[in-house]
Design a protein around this ligand. Structure first.
Ligand SMILES: [Zn+2]
Length: 128
């Protein structure tokens, strides 16, 4: 992808990231309020899980309810920003083809092209 386009997506990602961070902080504050009313040992376990959480365990953490959608989005955006630095942004992780800019505009942190994405989705559906 051209440097000019990368910069454009980078700006969008950073803007989206700021918006999400504000949301996450808002959620955190609400959770903090809850936990103060209901002080159990739950929170220390939560912190342990977060500490060993790499991006490859995102799905697991989501399924365990350890991460909010906003936090997952943040990790995805961080990943996209890293790919912009690596100049691999906009390249499908599976087939290494370019992801269409139309798709990237819709999903800034897309890692798969539409073809691979729908293949993955149908695979997942079969598992369930
Ligand atoms: Zn692909």
């Amino acid at each position: 992808m051209q440097q000019r386009m990368l910069e454009r997506f980078k700006k969008k990602l950073i803007k989206e990231r700021e918006k999400l961070l504000a949301d996450v902080n808002h959620i955190r504050n609400e959770e903090l309020g809850k936990s103060q009313r209901d002080a159990t040992g739950e929170l220390s376990g939560y912190a342990d899980h977060m500490a060993d959480g790499g991006t490859d365990t995102i799905e697991r953490q989501v399924s365990l309810g350890l991460m909010s959608n906003e936090e997952v989005m943040l990790l995805k955006i961080d990943g996209a920003l890293k790919r912009i630095e690596d100049k691999t942004y906009g390249v499908c992780e599976l087939c290494k083809e370019k992801i269409s800019q139309e798709r990237l505009n819709a999903v800034l942190y897309a890692t798969y092209c539409i073809k691979c994405r729908s293949q993955e989705e149908s695979k997942n559906n079969k598992k369930v």
